[in-house]
Design a protein around this ligand. Structure first.
Ligand code: DMJ
Length: 461
């Protein structure tokens, strides 16, 4: 038989086999996909949220936070500011938990008052309370949320009365006295999203202008190579600690440069972000055999100081993704996931040169989940759902108590500690829920999340 006569049947055979193989691959892919049942996981997260909220209701009602082991409560300043209900209200609304949202709303509107003789931390109260009240207003449209936000905003304003306009750390909500002149970039630069939104909603420009000036004053004190340090005196404008990094104490300063541009279309913020990210990628980014990371350097010389990375730094893949740098975002999130998997749940800090744990706690933090949510939004890569599944399962496995969820004192021994910060309900469970929910739950492109995961409407497309 001529060889040419054989070619056609062989070709047909190969075609059939490869079509079969393709069909088999497709079935396998579908089976793999079925492993991630998004709707089921979203329901699971909602169930866990309800468990935490029930614990708060039973043992901490009317207070700031639940203590999930002793089944008691904690008030940050001796009197309650209803931190958990305010922080969690928009999560309930997004989850469609109408009954729970209504009971939180009633509690807030009936009993929240800021007329209290207490020194509060401007940064924490801004991101959790002001941010929470503003997003509550935008989602629920009840004007009383906005009145509370405006009252709070006015009581916080004295923080900007320093010689440079950069905020003091603490303000007394009643007497308007301030204290804490040594501050850091995160506490100085994480205000414009909330104060700016308050301006947009009230028509009063003072909030935007004060918070923006603080950001610019800080940026203007960057080093010649474009970096900021870890701590600065807001009266003298002198740096107190010149270590530069993206971790706690600096982190959300960068986040707000980028997001204030995206939220308000502020061109100065765009320029400040672009200069800053260039410097970060030049001096802090570190590709090692263990992965891609950002470490610590001297703000003036760029000289490497240490190779530490932690759970707070895991916010950065989300920022990189939002800025359009998906490649670095994915590489960094992969590294974060390695850190999570060292002990099956995320340690507070590691040395990335040898992957040894430096601080073994897990504070129920959200950042690595936030980044997975952003990356899934941009790439639709199923691996971020897989990561999400690991996050939920392990949080349930290691942190759940009969009254709620507890932080871990040690991720190696899995010993718990008696605390459940409000950001667990505001951020950790919200980002997990959004990761598994249909995009229609929240239109990502129409909002910007503040650093406490409170979604606020964009004024800029
Ligand atoms: C939250 O309060 C905010 O995300 C803040 O920017 C950093 N720390 C916690 C969560 O880890």
């Amino acid at each position: 038989m001529k060889i040419s006569r054989l070619i056609f049947p062989i070709f047909i055979l190969i075609l059939i086999l490869s079509t079969n193989q393709m069909a088999a691959n497709k079935i396998q892919n579908n089976l793999d996909k079925q492993k991630i049942n998004k709707a089921k996981l979203a329901e699971e997260v909602k169930k866990q949220f309800l468990h935490a909220w029930e614990g708060y209701k039973k043992y901490a009602w009317g207070h700031d936070e639940l203590k999930p082991i002793s089944k008691s409560y904690k008030d940050w300043y001796g009197v309650s500011l209803l931190m958990t209900p305010v922080d969690a209200f928009d999560t309930m609304t997004l989850m469609g938990l109408k009954k729970e949202a209504n009971e939180a709303k009633e509690l807030i509107l009936d009993s929240l008052s800021f007329n209290k003789d207490i020194y509060v931390k401007n940064f924490e109260i801004t991101i959790r309370m002001l941010g929470g009240l503003l997003s509550a207003y935008e989602l629920d449209h009840d004007k009383r949320f906005l009145s509370l936000a405006e009252d709070l905003g006015n009581r916080l304003l004295p923080v900007f009365n320093s010689k440079t306009g950069m905020p003091y750390m603490f303000v007394n909500l009643k007497t308007e006295k301030t204290k804490g002149e040594v501050s850091n970039p995160a506490e100085i630069g994480t205000l414009l999203i909330e104060f700016g939104t308050l301006s947009k909603l009230t028509g009063k420009s003072v909030y935007y202008n004060k918070a923006k000036n603080a950001l610019v004053q800080l940026y203007n004190r960057r080093s010649k190579i474009g970096l900021v340090g870890s701590s600065i005196n807001v009266d003298t404008g002198e740096w107190v600690d010149m270590e530069s990094h993206i971790s706690g104490g600096i982190d959300s300063y960068y986040e707000y440069l980028l997001k204030s541009w995206k939220l308000f279309g502020d061109k100065d913020c765009k320029k400040m972000w672009e200069t800053s990210i260039k410097a970060l990628n030049k001096y802090l980014a570190d590709s090692t055999s263990t992965g891609f990371w950002y470490g610590q350097v001297d703000m003036n010389t760029g000289e490497k100081k240490s190779t530490n990375f932690g759970s707070l730094d895991a916010f950065f893949p989300a920022e990189l993704a939002l800025s359009g740098d998906i490649k670095r975002a994915e590489e960094l999130e992969n590294s974060c996931y390695k850190m999570w998997n060292l002990e099956g749940i995320e340690p507070e800090e590691i040395n990335f040169s040898n992957m040894k744990i430096l601080y073994p706690q897990y504070f129920l933090r959200p950042e690595i989940i936030e980044s997975a949510y952003y990356l899934y939004h941009y790439t639709h890569d199923e691996k971020y759902l897989e990561m999400g599944k690991t996050f939920v399962n392990n949080i349930i496995k290691y942190c759940r108590t009969d009254a709620g969820f507890a932080e871990l004192k040690n991720v190696v021994t899995k010993e718990k500690q008696d605390s459940m910060e409000s950001f667990f309900l505001a951020e950790t469970l919200k980002y997990l829920y959004l990761l598994f929910s249909p995009e229609s739950t929240l239109n990502f492109n129409k909002i910007i999340f503040n650093t406490e995961a409170h979604p606020l409407k964009r004024y800029y497309k």
